[in-house]
Each structure stands twice: as C-alpha cells, then as structure tokens.
Design a protein around this ligand. Structure first.
Ligand code: BGC
Length: 770
C-alpha cells in the first residue's frame, strides 16, 4: 500500500517529490469545477514522466475502435474526453537555463490540495547557478463562481540568487491524448491572436467540430508592486506566448498572475468565441486575483455546508471521506444537463470520460442527498434527452416499436463501448436508469418529473424488457438469455437474477405510473400515449412477464442464484486464492476467470441493496453470507454495496472492513492504478457506505429513516443530508444520535422505527441502539 500523503483533515499533502509516482500525484491533486478539470501537472517545463491533462466537460472525440470487429451492432468508435489546450503553461529560465524538476537539484518540494477552499498549491526550492537557491510557489484554482476561469499565481523568490529570471506565459493547443487509438492528434487551429500581455487561441476537434477558445491575460509583480514588461510575442501554429526576462535580487519575489478563460462552442456561438474569450480573461484580470479567489472560496463553503462528513477519532478516514466529497463536487455541479460524470471524472483519460451506469447507480444517490434537487434532476434529464438515441441503439440490435436500450458507455446517447461481452451485454444498465427516476422522486417528492419526462423513458425501457424476455417452453417461465450482470467475471449468462429482477420491477413501476399519470394528469397522459404510440394492449405481455418471470433460486441454501448454472461451479471462498494471484484479471486467463465462481462485484447483492425492503433480514443475511466469501471486489464499485448490506444486517465489523477497502482506494493507491485517474464514481459509493450503511438512511413511505450504528474505532461521525428540501445533520457517537434540522421547515423522521418531528432550526438527542 502506498501512503505518499500526509494525513490531515482538510489537506492532502505531498512533502517530497517522487518522480516515479508523479502520475499518481497528478491524479490525486487534480482540480475541477464541473466545467473543466486539470491534472496536477506543473506550470513550468517538465521533461520527466507525466500525463498532461486539461479537460473541458462535454468536449469529446469519437476515436475509431481498434477492435477489428465484424459483427452487426458493434459500435464504430469509443468516445474520448479530449485533452484540451494546455492553459497552465508558465515556463521559467534562470540565467537562460530552463527550470525543469526532472533535472533540477531539488532542496524541498511540496504539493498541497486544499479541499476546504478548492485550490492546489506547490512550493519548491532548487539550487541554480553557483549553488544559489530560488523558491517557486504556485497556487491555482478553477473558479467555482465563474466556471470558465482558471487562475494561477506563480511566484519566483530569490533566496540568495542574483541574475535573470525568464518567463514564458503561454497557451499550447498542440496537445494529444495518450490513449488515442491510432496516435492521431485531435485538434486543428481555427484562430489565434496574441499581443503583449494577452492572447487567445481557438482550436477545433476533428469529426465532432467542437471549438474551444482559450484566452489569457497576465500581470506581473515585483514584491507587492505591479510592473509592466515589454514581452516578445510568440505566435505559431496552435501556440501563443509572451516571453520576457526580469532581474531578481536576493529576497525579491517576482509574481505572474495568469487569468485564463476557456469557452467552448457547447455554450457560445463559434463566431463569438475569440471575442468573448478575450473579454472574459480581461474582465478576470480587472477583477483581480483576490476577489476571484474569495468568490471561489465562498462557493466551496456553500458546498461543504450541505455535504460535509466529520469523523472523530480516525484522521485517515476523515481525510478520505472529504477527499471523496471534494472530488465528486469538482466533477459535477449539475448546472448543465448535457454533462455527466465519467468514472474517472476529469482526472485521467481512462474510460474516455464517458457516462456509465455508475452515474445512476452510485453518483445520483450521492447528489440526491447532498445537493439541490436540480442537480439530480439534470442527471435524469441527460438520459431523457438521449431517449431517441436509446431507441436507435435498440433498433440497431433489432428491437422495434419504441423499445429503448440506453448505452453502457456514451458521450452523446449513442452506444460507444469497446468490449462486447462485458460491456454490451450489461443490459442491466437500462434498469438502473429506470430505478434512478424512482429514487429521484422518492427523495424529492417532485410530482412533475414523472408526467413531464419520466414516463416516456419508462415506457421505452419497459418495451425493451418486454421484447428482450422470451418464453421458455421448458421452464414455463419467461427468461432473459445471453446477458452480463453487474459481475463482469461472468459473460453471456442466462437468467442473471439481478437483471431479471430489475427488468420486472421496471415494468411494474411503469404500469403503476401509467395509472397514476392517467388519473392525475389526463391531458399529459394523452400526449405521452400519442407521442410514444403507446397501445395499452402492450401491457398484457408486461403483466404476463411480471407474473411468470424465472428467478433462479436454490431451495436448499435458500439463496437467489446469480444466474443459471451457478451451482455447477466449484464454490470455494476467495480467501483460498493465493495473494500473488490477485487481482485475478491481471493473473488468470479470461477463460479461467469465467469458469470460476469468483465474483468481481456485487451482483445478487446489488439487487438486494436496491430492493431491500422486499426481503426480510434473514434473507439478506443468507445471501450476504453465501456471496460475500466468493466476491473478490475487483471493481471499485463493489465493497461499498457489501458494506451497506453488512451494516443493514448488523455486522458492523465487516461493514467497517469493507468500508476501509473503498475509502482510501485512491489516496493509498490500493490497486496501483491511480496514475490513470481517480475512481470518481466509486467515491460516491464510499459516501453511501457511511450514510446508508452506518447511518442506515433509507427513504420509505414518504419518510426518511435512520438506523445508526457506529464503528468501534470512531469516536463519532456526522453527516449532512437532504430530504424533500429539508437539510439536516446527523451526529452519531457511542451513546447518542443528535439530529439537527438545518432548515426552516419541519423534519419528519423515523429513527429505529419511531416517528419524530423536529421543527426548523432545532435539534433533538436520542439514545443510540446497540
Ligand atoms: C465495472 C463496471 C463499471 C465500469 C466503469 C467496471 O470495472 O465493473 O460496473 O461501470 O468499471 O466504472
């Protein structure tokens, strides 16, 4: 396990430069504001190993897939979030020699991520000519109040050096993606304009024709006084810069304040980009660093006021949970319904920045409980807007009559996965999208979403399930053949319990809501029926499938079976796998993995997590005890679900162990892969393991319920959550549960089966039940 970073409640601190681990730290120290993201690359030149990454949400490229696949229905491309023009560049020379940490004599180095205020700081001292010392301090943030702005304060301080410091403040649009399938560059320059003190450049993406304009302005200070310089203006294909040199003496400090605006054709007409981006950067310069920084900090304070989790008595856990909340909020702010949450957010190229079922299954429940309801609503609207594409996706596979199959991987609604058996066959994602509508409505009480948007999506998904299920003469039941469940270590299986369960649940939920909308909003109902060409006769088959679905079950063990034939496997615990053979996917052949009983991630247990209220505790326990020992948790999305179920069944020790596996996954780089980017969507699962797991938060019968437990090791913990517009904080220690209503409205809760009302701005203390 890799513990590079010092433990602190609000900071992530790297105290030494580890060139061999630079990619890891670049991911960990990433900053973002939902609109843009930036890996923790250095502003100045760096010739060592690094993954340069600046990303603009929604700007992607459909890279032709490398799999030479010939089967009908296979996607042609894998969409990639693009490494966008590098806006952070400030190259430095000392008496003409480049500062490059790969070759410099480093005296000290630190990188700090301030999660409370949302900025990255770096500080280092190096020896320069004649063993003299200079110190460089840089701080940067991506503004949460004006999301197109990135601001850098970069200072060179001389300790005892006298000589020339050269600066080159630049924007470089000549960037590429490391994961490009054919090594192609994806950007072409459109326009460039640079003068002394400012410049803008617009580049467009090939194929998708997104235009991204990057404008910069800067100011220079010697100690506290601004000064003007006469820079050399650099202008070449895909590159603009301003170069100048200044004398420095011991104890003097030269500071560059760089103000950058990044605008894209997603928001601004192409013809206005160059003009607007220059103006935005200029306005930012006029506002100045201090005002912009204080506005940015205020936005972070607002986020923390509704989402912070405090853990007393375990600094590692405290740091980890804040890191997770911080990264989730940096990735998605919910301001724009065209955007979504890639499994690695803006912190790397892996998974292409595309949308997976992770959004509905993991991220949405987090945002539902911590952010304004519009944030989650925008996540739902993203799918609503892709309904037409989902119908096309299904048509490509031979489905008809408005059946919708949402993609497993997408940027624009079109399926773009690059693995058939694993990704494509995971049709269970369609269920997660339906469940998300249900989850949103039960959390928010929003009565308009179903008639306005939800029902159309549900009809499309239910039609898909209805056509995808087939009648088995042999079983006299409906079956769903040839799927991959959430457990990707089984491919092309039949009757995956999870998939069959969520399929029939979706159809029943749709039927109920057809009735409700028909009764409550008949005009809208008629509109929907017309728009979707819905024929009520379709529901006959739905009802038949609901009543006669085959759900594999073992009468002897009294457990649900993951799929047909699961009991034919040699059922052995994962504890028997030699340590050096883990993770299995890096050591075993795919053939061996598929034949084994080992489970990559929660599958039946994920279904029990979603539909927990339909089963008694004994059933949950039996299934947990059967599947948990065979689960290898080789997806970061697994242990959190097991942890929640362990809490639910009263097994707090196991819940805590499983929680630990997810909480510091990235900070301690358990799987040796953080260099590729952070596991953003699984961070939501970790948060859920506290709130739904230890806190026992559930929504049922229109009320919010809690069954709090507390891990032995913690003195106390507290979390914020929302339910139907009421924000509250729950604090749990080994004796008490304190519930604070932080809103003006009455909070109605159920605590350990008893109902309570807590008036606005009041708190109540209860005894904890052990
Ligand atoms: C998991 C999937 C997930 C994907 C992206 C895979 O390893 O098995 O469930 O959607 O990663 O996070």
């Amino acid at each position: 396990m890799n513990s590079l970073y010092r433990k602190d409640e609000w900071l992530i601190i790297e105290e030494e430069f580890h060139p061999g681990k630079n990619r890891e730290s670049e991911s960990i120290f990433s900053i973002g504001n939902g609109y843009m993201g930036q890996r923790a690359n250095f502003e100045e030149r760096y010739s060592g190993d690094c993954l340069r990454g600046s990303y603009v949400a929604g700007v992607y490229y459909p890279d032709k897939t490398r799999v030479g696949w010939w089967k009908n229905g296979y996607p042609e491309y894998f969409a990639k979030v693009l490494n966008a023009p590098n806006w952070i560049g400030i190259d430095i020379t000392v008496n003409g020699k480049s500062v490059d940490l790969a070759s410099a004599e480093i005296i000290s180095f630190s990188r700090i991520l301030n999660m409370k205020e949302g900025y990255l700081e770096r500080s280092f001292r190096i020896l320069v000519v004649q063993k003299k010392t200079i110190e460089i301090n840089s701080r940067r943030f991506l503004s949460m109040s004006e999301p197109d702005l990135g601001i850098i304060k970069y200072s060179v301080r001389s300790i005892d050096f006298e000589g020339n410091i050269g600066f080159n403040v630049y924007v470089d649009a000549d960037v590429k993606n490391e994961d490009a399938n054919y090594g192609k560059k994806f950007w072409k320059e459109v326009a460039r304009d640079v003068t002394a003190g400012s410049g803008s450049i617009t580049a467009r993406t090939m194929k998708t024709d997104f235009h991204v304009a990057t404008g910069m302005c800067y100011r220079i200070k010697r100690n506290d006084a601004f000064l003007s310089v006469k820079p050399e203006v650099i202008s070449r294909d895909k590159y603009i810069g301003n170069k100048f040199s200044l004398k420095i003496k011991p104890r003097e400090e030269l500071t560059v304040l760089k103000f950058v605006s990044v605008l894209s054709s997603l928001n601004i007409p192409r013809e206005n980009l160059m003009g607007d981006v220059g103006q935005h950067a200029k306005k930012a310069e006029q506002k100045g660093y201090e005002i912009l920084f204080s506005e940015h900090k205020k936005e972070w304070a607002k986020i923390w006021a509704t989402s912070d989790v405090k853990i007393e008595g375990d600094i590692a856990a405290q740091q980890a949970v804040r890191f997770n909340i911080f990264q989730l909020n940096q990735t998605y702010t919910g301001r724009d319904e065209r955007l979504n949450i890639g499994p690695k957010g803006f912190t790397g190229e892996k998974y292409g920045g595309s949308t997976y079922w992770d959004t509905e299954a993991f991220a949405l429940p987090f945002f539902l409980k911590t952010a304004d309801q519009n944030v989650a609503r925008n996540l739902l609207l993203y799918r609503y807007k892709h309904l037409g594409q989902a119908i096309n996706n299904a048509m490509k596979l031979g489905f008809r009559g408005g059946a919708a199959l949402y993609p497993m991987v997408t940027m624009n609604g079109e399926e773009c996965h690059n693995e058939w058996e694993i990704t494509f066959e995971e049709i269970h994602r369609n269920g997660a999208i339906a469940y998300a509508i249900y989850n949103y409505i039960r959390h928010t009480g929003d009565k308009t979403y179903m008639p306005d948007f939800g029902l159309e999506v549900l009809i499309g998904i239910s039609r898909f399930w209805s056509q995808r299920a087939s009648w088995s003469e042999h079983r006299q039941k409906y079956v769903i053949l040839g799927v991959t469940g959430p457990n990707e270590y089984e491919n092309n299986v039949s009757n995956n319990w999870y998939t069959n369960t969520i399929a029939v649940w979706t159809m029943s939920y749709t039927l109920n809501n057809l009735e409700i909308v028909k009764k409550e909003d008949p005009d809208r109902y008629d509109e929907i029926i017309k728009k979707t060409s819905f024929d009520f006769a379709e529901t006959k088959r739905w009802n038949d499938i609901i009543n006669r679905i085959y759900l594999p079950y073992d009468n002897e063990r009294k457990v649900f079976l993951q799929q047909d034939g699961f009991l034919d496997k040699e059922l052995i615990p994962a504890s028997l796998i030699p340590e050096e053979e883990r993770p299995l996917n890096q050591h075993w052949s795919w053939d061996r993995i598929l034949r084994s009983c080992f489970i990559k991630q929660a599958d039946v247990l994920h279904g029990l997590y979603l539909f927990e209220d339909k089963y008694d505790t004994e059933t949950l326990k039996r299934n947990f005890d059967f599947y948990e020992p065979m689960t290898v948790h080789e997806s970061s999305l697994s242990a959190c679900i097991h942890s929640i179920l362990a809490s639910r069944t009263g097994n707090i020790e196991r819940a805590y162990e499983l929680y630990l596996r997810t909480a510091r996954l990235d900070l301690d780089d358990y799987n040796n892969e953080v260099g590729d980017g952070l596991h953003i969507t699984s961070m939501a699962g970790t948060w859920l393991a506290i709130v739904e797991g230890f806190g026992g938060m559930r929504i049922a019968d229109g009320r919010v319920q809690f069954q709090p437990l507390i891990p032995e090791k913690w003195k106390s913990y507290s979390f914020h959550a929302r339910f139907r517009g009421v924000l509250f904080e729950i604090m749990v220690n080994h004796k008490e549960v304190i519930i604070r209503n932080l809103s003006d409205r009455m909070l109605s809760i159920v605590l350990y089966e008893n109902k309570y009302q807590i008036p606005g701005n009041e708190e109540r203390t209860f005894k904890i039940k052990n």
